[in-house]
Design a protein around this ligand. Structure first.
Ligand SMILES: [Zn+2]
Length: 75
């Protein structure tokens, strides 16, 4: 899979390091086509972040970390 590994701070305790795989929009397979011609999708929505680990400091799972990062608009 194409992408790059990034380390994010834990959104809960800010001390843990979360490993995530970041896939820029250029590498995503799905292309959105709208009926109105070329859609200018905001870049953020077409990027993909795959959270690979939970937090080893506060113990939050990868699912919870991902939800919180999305809620805070960080990914
Ligand atoms: Zn944490």
């Amino acid at each position: 899979m194409v992408g790059q590994y990034e380390e994010l701070s834990c959104p809960f305790c800010d001390k843990g390091r979360i490993s995530a795989l970041y896939i820029p929009s250029a590498f995503t397979v799905k292309r959105v086509r709208s009926g109105k011609g070329t859609a200018n999708m905001p870049r953020k929505s077409s990027e993909v972040w795959l959270i690979k680990s939970g937090c080893n400091v506060c113990g939050e799972s990868s699912e919870e970390v991902e939800k919180e990062l999305k809620r805070k608009n960080l990914i």
